[in-house]
Design a protein. Structure first.
Length: 475
């Protein structure tokens, strides 16, 4: 077998060639590291101090989060920044909800921030998140368990503070949207110790009374601590146990409490909850106006159709009336009579014309007419005969004279008169032109101008002048 030369690894590296090695580029390395980081860490709560805060015109926020021993770069993009409830600044302690990633162009590991809040509320929010996950796992927030809201509630119960701004907002919206809707207020404490218990009591009272078919649980905005009664687990279970559908309108749009998750519908604010709970009277009036117009138009259209059907039925009834039938039959009789008269007149005319034609043909075929015609023709032919007789006689005489002259000119008698004779054989009677046609002893008949001779041939001289000798005793 041929010897394969061994490659020198040092020589190969010297020429820039590396055999059997998987060489990564920096871009590939950073991409793989980023994939590992993105897939290895869930969303994390991270607390620290803001520093190197930068807010470019793009709307994104770039900063560093640090503590006493380390720091990490962070980025919060514009869509998430819009949900911030405070203005961040350098040196501020914050709590971040973020995911771990890598900025590939620089190879820097960083946090992509989804949520940011002041650090004082961080532990409380972590506890709330754990409570939400536990209650959600029990199915307390399951959408299939939530009840539909009545389309047109007969009476709405308001569970809120009797002195808070939320009550004013609720009443304002309800009065604007549905002024005639009855409203029953169940006062409750919405902030501080014991607030959750009063909310549960008001909810229980509304269910025991049973005179409302929809409840609105609401309060105005506030800090996380102010909204903590609405994150109470017992209140969430009471909302799910309520026989009456519950709509919540707690805090601002960014505030999402456990009561909101347990309720049948959630409004971002008390005003939004009131709008969810009631139909808009203006819209209803517009809808009623539209339906009334449609109903009126439908009735008019139906009335027109029925009127047309009535007119058609009346026309049909008039057509089926016996008097109409009699008039139609009388008119038909008149029409048939007129057609009969026309047909009779036409038939009589045709018969008259045929009679005239037959009379003419009969007259033309009458014996008297034929006799008269034959008599007239006989007279005509007689007169023509009288005229034509002498003329024809004269023409025949002239023709006879011409024929006689011609016959005379062509007659053999004239030839015989000049000394010639007409010789024929006996008994055949053939005309003799050649002497070779006979033999001696043959009998001949000789015709002269006057008289006929019978002779016997003695000699024959062909081709020359012959001389006939008459035997003795024959004439």
């Amino acid at each position: 077998m041929p010897q394969v030369p061994l490659r020198d690894p040092l020589a190969s590296r010297a020429h820039g060639i590396d055999f059997g090695r998987d060489i990564w580029t920096v871009s590939r390395l950073n991409t793989e590291v980023r994939a590992v980081l993105d897939g290895s860490f869930p969303l994390l709560w991270v607390q620290g101090e803001l520093s190197n805060l930068a807010q470019p015109a793009s709307g994104h926020i770039y900063f560093s989060l640090k503590d006493a021993g380390a720091q990490v770069r962070c980025a919060m993009f514009r869509p998430k920044r819009r949900s911030l409830a405070f203005r961040p600044g350098n040196g501020q302690q914050v709590l971040l909800r973020a995911r771990v990633s890598l900025y590939e162009p620089r190879g820097d590991y960083q946090l992509i921030v989804e949520h940011m809040e002041p650090a004082g509320e961080g532990a409380l929010r972590i506890e709330l998140e754990r409570r939400k996950q536990r209650l959600g796992a029990e199915g307390l927030f399951d959408e299939t368990r939530k009840r539909p809201l009545p389309r047109f509630p007969r009476q709405v119960g308001l569970i809120t503070s009797a002195t808070g701004a939320a009550l004013h907002d609720l009443l304002t919206v309800l009065c604007r949207r549905l002024p005639l809707l009855p409203v029953l207020i169940f006062p409750a404490q919405v902030q501080g110790d014991g607030a959750a218990a009063t909310l549960i009591q008001a909810l229980d009272l509304a269910n025991r009374r049973g005179d409302c078919d929809l409840l609105i649980l609401a309060r105005g905005g506030g800090s996380l601590e102010d909204l903590m009664p609405f994150n109470d687990e017992a209140l969430a279970r009471a909302i799910r146990a309520s026989a009456i559908p519950v709509v919540t309108g707690i805090g601002h749009e960014v505030d999402l409490s456990i009561a909101d998750l347990a309720a049948d519908r959630r409004g971002a604010t008390p005003s939004a909850a009131a709008e969810l709970a009631t139909p808009d009277a203006a819209h209803l009036r517009q809808r009623l106006t539209h339906l009334a117009a449609a109903l009126t138009e439908g009735q008019r259209r139906r009335l027109r159709v029925q009127s047309q059907r009535l007119d058609a039925a009346a026309r049909h009834l008039r057509l089926l009336h016996p008097g109409v039938r009699l008039r139609q039959q009388a008119q038909r009789v008149d029409e048939l009579e007129r057609r009969l008269a026309v047909a009779v007149a036409r038939a009589l005319g045709q018969r008259r014309a045929g009679l005239v034609l037959c009379q003419r043909r009969l007259q033309s075929a009458s014996p008297l007419q034929r006799l008269a015609a034959l008599t007239a023709r006989l007279d005509s032919l007689g007169s023509r005969l009288l005229r034509a007789g002498p003329w024809l006689l004269s023409r025949q005489r002239e023709r006879l004279a011409r024929l006689a002259a011609g016959l005379e000119a062509r007659s053999p008698l004239a030839t015989l008169g000049r000394g010639y004779a007409l010789v024929t054989t006996l008994p055949e009677g053939r005309l003799l032109r050649d002497a070779a046609a006979v033999t001696p002893g043959s009998r001949l008949r000789v015709g002269l101008q006057r008289g006929v001779l019978t002779a016997v041939v003695e000699t024959v001289e062909p081709g020359g002048e012959g001389r006939a000798q008459t035997p003795s005793g024959h004439g």
